[in-house]
Each structure stands twice: as structure tokens, then as C-alpha cells.
Design a protein around this ligand. Structure first.
Ligand code: ADP
Ligand code: TYD
Length: 209
């Protein structure tokens, strides 16, 4: 997959950390300033990947083996890249993606044994690209989990992880950020929505130059 001209930005963090709320704010603010912006999300973001979304996020927790689940998330991502992300980047747009491969590294890589190496292998084989910038929305999982559960969505297959796993994922995301400091910016997500939105916009503007 070649390097296009636009800017590819992903939002990451545990469930309920405010990614979707902030992604919408940021897209609106950038559009108001005249930027061409695509707001998209994973799993999903293209018609085929949205179909896979229903397969992976609905139903019983043991619906898929851990390995099949990684294949499904990667298949959805490949379709999303081909049909939505790469064409938008090639047209010079800013792509804001609510979750990307770091979510697979954390959720599928940590939740059912240590499958991180398999996630990374499939990623390099089938996706082969990281975002230009990743904002990590970091906060205490006890608070974000309450927010996520209150939303009462049908896409809830991953939302009843225990507190221990939520904490491990928070730590895992922070470790990922530390291992790729040029790509990651950490946002303190335990503040009010407006304060986080100001911080998010200024972080992106600094990146855009
Ligand atoms: P995510 O996409 O990370 O799962 P959402 O943006 O969907 O998180 O937010 C989860 C819930 O918390 C939503 O009901 C949202 O309205 C609420 N919320 C988002 N940001 C904040 C915040 N900074 N303070 C309090 N509640 C928030
Ligand atoms: P999302 O709709 O972003 O949920 P939330 O708003 O609660 O963050 O994502 C749905 C779920 O999918 C979320 O619990 C994380 C999970 N997920 C994975 O397990 N692996 C992945 O690769 C992705 C992109 C998401």
C-alpha cells in the first residue's frame, strides 16, 4: 500500500474513554477551518467492514476462536483501507479513524492469551501501514467502563471484560505509546469534554503544522 498525500490520524483508548465524542468534535472543528475531513471508525468504515463489525461485536463471547477473531478484524481493516482510507488520503483529505490496529494489538493481543505476535504478523502481511499520528485517550478504566456500559449498545461483545483486563489494556496502550513516541500523543481523557476538545484540536494543529 503506497504512501498517500493526506493525513491519517487514529484515536485509541479503552472503551468509554471519549474517543467517539472527541472524534466528532475534531472533525467539525477542522471542517469549520476549511480542511477536507473524513470521520470513520473500526471495526467498520466501509460497507463490507460494517458487515464484519456485526459478526465480531454481536453475539456470544466465545462465538469465534481467538485466531479467527484476529482474521476477521484484519479482514475488516483491509477492506476499510482499500475502500475508504487510502482513497481519502490519496485525495489529500484528513482521515480521522476511531480505533485502528493498536486496538487489535490490545484487545485481541491481550484478552485471550498472548497473541500479540500473531496480530503484528498479520498486520505487516495484510495492512502494512500505521497512522501518521495516534491520539491515546488515557484515563482510569473504572470511570470509562461505567460510561461505556451506560450506553447500552448491542455491539457489546467486548464490554464485559473484568477490571483487571481493562487496567492491563490501559497499561498496554501506554506502553505502545512509549514505544512509538513519534506517532503517539497522550491526551488526559479524565476532564470535561470541552477541555479535552481544545487539547485535541491544538495537538492536531501542531501536527498539521
Ligand atoms: P468511546 O468512543 O471512547 O467509547 P464515547 O465518546 O462514546 O467513548 O463516550 C462514552 C460515553 O461517555 C458517552 O455517553 C459520552 O457522552 C460520555 N462522555 C464522553 N466524553 C466525556 C467526558 N469528557 N466526560 C464525561 N462523559 C463523557
Ligand atoms: P467501538 O465501537 O469503538 O467501542 P467503544 O466506543 O466502546 O470504544 O469498538 C467496539 C469494540 O470493538 C470495542 O470494545 C473494542 C473492540 N475492538 C477490538 O476488539 N479489536 C479491534 O481491532 C477494534 C478496532 C475494536
Amino acid at each position: 500500500m503506497s504512501t498517500p498525500n493526506g493525513r491519517f490520524i487514529s484515536f485509541e483508548g479503552i472503551d468509554g474513554s471519549g474517543k467517539s465524542t472527541q472524534a466528532k468534535h475534531l472533525a467539525a472543528s477542522l471542517k469549520a477551518e476549511g480542511y477536507e475531513v473524513i470521520l470513520t471508525r473500526e471495526p467498520g468504515g466501509s460497507p463490507g467492514a460494517e458487515e464484519i463489525r456485526a459478526l465480531v461485536l454481536q453475539g456470544e463471547t466465545d462465538r469465534w476462536s481467538a485466531e479467527t477473531e484476529i482474521l476477521l478484524f484484519t479482514a475488516a481493516r483491509r477492506d476499510h483501507m482499500e475502500r475508504t482510507i487510502l482513497p481519502a488520503l490519496a485525495a489529500g483529505k484528513i482521515v480521522i479513524c476511531d480505533r485502528f490496529a493498536d486496538s487489535t494489538r490490545m484487545y485481541q493481543g491481550l484478552s485471550r492469551g498472548d497473541l500479540r505476535a500473531l496480530v503484528d504478523q498479520l498486520h505487516s502481511l495484510m495492512i502494512g501501514r500505521e497512522p501518521d499520528l495516534t491520539l491515546l485517550f488515557d484515563m482510569d478504566p473504572d470511570i470509562s467502563h461505567t460510561r461505556a456500559v451506560e450506553r447500552d449498545s448491542i455491539d457489546s461483545r467486548f464490554e464485559d471484560f473484568g477490571a483487571g483486563l481493562q487496567k492491563a489494556m490501559r497499561t498496554g496502550f501506554l506502553d505502545l505509546a512509549a514505544s512509538a513516541p513519534e506517532r503517539f500523543r497522550i491526551i488526559d481523557a479524565a476532564r470535561d469534554i470541552d477541555a479535552i476538545a481544545v487539547d485535541t484540536l491544538s495537538t492536531i494543529k501542531a501536527h498539521l503544522g
